[in-house]
Design a protein. Sequence first.
Length: 58
Amino acid sequence: MSENLEKQNFGNLPIGKNEDVEFSEEQADDADRVAMKRAEEADARAQAKSTQQAQRLL
């Protein structure tokens, strides 16, 4: 199976910002909560960087 994955071209897969993913707070564990917090922080950093770059162009 890993052999098949090595031959796949993943470069043309769509990259989404806000994927529609079902999340259950009741089923989440500590690792899920940490991952969600890290993802939110990463999104905020990316958005801030994008905003700064846009302001420089003006």
